[in-house]
Design a protein around this ligand. Structure first.
Ligand SMILES: Cc1cc2nc3c(=O)[nH]c(=O)nc-3n(C[C@H](O)[C@H](O)[C@H](O)COP(=O)(O)OP(=O)(O)OC[C@H]3O[C@@H](n4cnc5c(N)ncnc54)[C@H](O)[C@@H]3O)c2cc1C
Length: 378
C-alpha cells in the first residue's frame, strides 16, 4: 500500500489550490466525483465568479481576524496575478453584484488546476467514509484504505449533494474533538408565510430592492419564485438572516411622496412592474386608482413599499443553497497553518470552516486564500 505524505480530501476549490502549490512531496487528492472541481464547474452560471474588486473581512460571516489573516496573505490582486500567470483572465462584470470578476468559462479554471496538479495523484470516484489515527491517518474509502502522514480536509459544506457534497468534514472534525457552529443553508432563496403567499403569483417577475437584515443592507434584484423569493439581494440577505424579520424597500433611493403626484393610477405612477403593483395593492386592500384621489391614510398605507417587513418561513434548503454557513469553529484551528489544535498533522480548509462570504466571488477568494496560506506552511 502506498503511503502518502499528504492526502487531501476534496478535489474542489480549496483542495485543488492547495495541491497545486505543493511540490516534491507524495500528494494525493481523493474525491467522490469522477472529475475534479465539479462545484467550480457549475459556479457563476458556468462562468465562475472568482473574486471581487473590493474584498475585505466585512464581506464575510465568521471571525473577522481569522478571515483577514488569510485575505492579507493572498489578496484578490494576488489571486488575479496567479490566474493571469496561468492563462486565466477574469473580467469585471458588475451586472449582478458590484465589482464581480467572472471567467470566460468555469472550465478555464478547471483546466488550469488539471495542469497545475498534474504531479498529484488523483483518486477519483472514491468516497471517503471515515478516518482513524494511529501514528498516521488511516482513511477508509468505499474502495479500501489510504494511509497518509498528513491529512488536509477540504471536503466543503453540505450544499449541492448532486456535485458530491457530504457532511464528512463536520463528522471528522467532531470525531477529533472540534466544535461545529450550527450549519445553515446560505446564499439561498426564502420560502414565505401565508401573508406573503401573493409573492408566488408573481413567479418570474423581478424588481430592484434594498433589503435590510440585522445590521446589513443589500441592493440588487429580488426575483419572485413559485416557492417565495430569490435573486442576488435575497441570497445575500439569507447569509445574515436569523429566523426573524427583514425589511424590503421596493423603491430604493426614491421618495414615495414625489412619485405620488399627477393623475395617473397608482400602478402606473410607481416605477414597479404592473403585476407586482396589482398583487401588492390587493395584499394591502387598496384599489388601484388615481393618485390625486388618495386620502392621507391611503398614502400612508403605500409607505409599506418603502419598509416592507417580512418574516420568511424558511429557506429553499441545502439542495438550492450556494453555500453552507456555520461549520468548524475557527478558534480551534491555527489561523496560519489551519492545523487542528487537537490533532497534529490534521488540517481543515475551505467552506467546512465557519467563515462564509457574500455573493460576488467572495467565497472562492477566501477559500483560495486559505489554501495558499495553508500550503505555504508545508
Ligand atoms: C451553484 C453554485 C454556484 C456557486 N457560484 C459561486 C461563485 O460564482 N463564486 C463563488 O465565490 N462561490 C460560488 N459558489 C460557492 C463555491 O462553489 C464554494 O464555496 C466552494 O466551492 C467551496 O470550496 P471548498 O473547496 O471548500 O469545497 P468544494 O469546492 O465544494 O469541494 C469539496 C469537494 O469535496 C468532495 N467531497 C465531499 N465529501 C466527500 C467525501 N466523503 N469523500 C470524497 N470527496 C468528498 C466533493 O465531491 C467536492 O469535490 C457556488 C456554489 C454553488 C453550489
Amino acid at each position: 500500500m502506498i503511503e502518502y505524505d499528504i492526502l487531501v480530501i476534496g478535489a474542489g476549490a480549496s483542495g485543488l489550490m492547495f495541491a497545486s502549490q505543493i511540490k516534491n512531496k507524495r500528494v494525493a487528492l481523493v474525491d467522490t466525483n469522477a472529475k475534479i472541481g465539479q462545484k467550480i464547474k457549475i459556479s457563476g452560471g458556468a462562468k465562475c465568479n472568482i473574486t471581487n474588486e473590493n474584498v475585505s473581512e466585512n464581506n464575510y460571516l465568521g471571525d473577522k481576524e481569522f478571515i483577514k489573516n488569510s485575505l492579507d496573505f493572498f489578496s484578490n490582486k494576488d489571486l488575479l496575478t496567479f490566474l493571469n500567470k496561468n492563462g486565466v483572465y477574469p473580467k469585471v462584470n458588475p451586472k449582478i453584484v458590484k465589482g464581480t470578476y467572472f471567467c470566460n468559462a468555469s472550465s478555464d479554471v478547471i483546466d488550469m488546476f488539471n495542469k497545475l496538479t498534474s504531479h498529484t495523484k488523483k483518486i477519483l470516484n472514491t468516497k471517503v467514509l471515515d478516518v482513524d489515527y494511529d501514528k498516521e491517518f488511516i482513511v477508509k474509502t468505499e474502495k479500501g484504505i489510504i494511509k497518509a502522514k498528513k491529512l488536509v480536509v477540504a471536503s466543503g459544506g453540505l450544499s449541492y449533494t448532486t456535485v458530491g457534497a457530504s457532511s464528512l468534514a463536520f463528522d471528522l472534525a467532531k470525531k477529533f474533538g472540534h466544535t461545529i457552529i450550527p450549519t445553515k443553508p446560505a446564499l439561498v432563496g426564502f420560502t414565505v408565510q401565508k401573508e406573503q403567499f401573493w409573492f408566488k403569483n408573481l413567479s418570474g417577475i423581478s424588481c430592484d430592492v434594498e433589503i435590510k437584515v440585522e445590521n446589513k443592507k443589500f441592493n440588487g434584484k429580488l426575483l419572485f419564485a413559485h416557492k417565495g423569493c430569490s435573486g442576488p439581494a435575497v441570497l445575500n440577505a439569507s447569509l445574515y438572516w436569523q429566523k426573524g424579520k427583514l425589511t424590503i424597500d421596493f423603491l430604493p433611493k426614491k421618495r414615495l411622496d414625489s412619485l405620488l403626484k399627477g393623475n395617473k393610477n397608482i400602478s402606473t405612477a410607481l416605477p414597479l412592474p404592473k403585476r407586482f403593483m396589482q398583487e401588492f395593492l390587493e395584499s394591502i386592500d387598496l384599489k388601484d386608482k388615481a393618485v390625486s384621489s388618495l386620502s392621507k391614510e391611503e398614502k400612508e398605507k403605500l409607505n409599506i413599499l418603502k419598509e416592507y417587513d417580512f418574516s420568511p418561513a424558511g429557506t429553499f434548503g441545502f439542495s438550492k443553497a450556494e453555500v453552507t454557513s456555520g461549520g468548524i469553529d475557527t478558534s480551534e484551528v491555527d489561523k496560519n497553518s489551519f492545523e487542528s489544535k487537537f490533532q497534529k498533522n490534521l488540517f481543515f480548509i475551505g467552506e467546512c470552516l465557519n467563515a462564509t462570504g457574500e455573493l460576488g466571488g467572495y467565497n472562492f477568494q477566501l477559500y483560495f486564500s486559505q489554501a495558499s496560506l495553508c500550503a505555504s506552511r508545508f
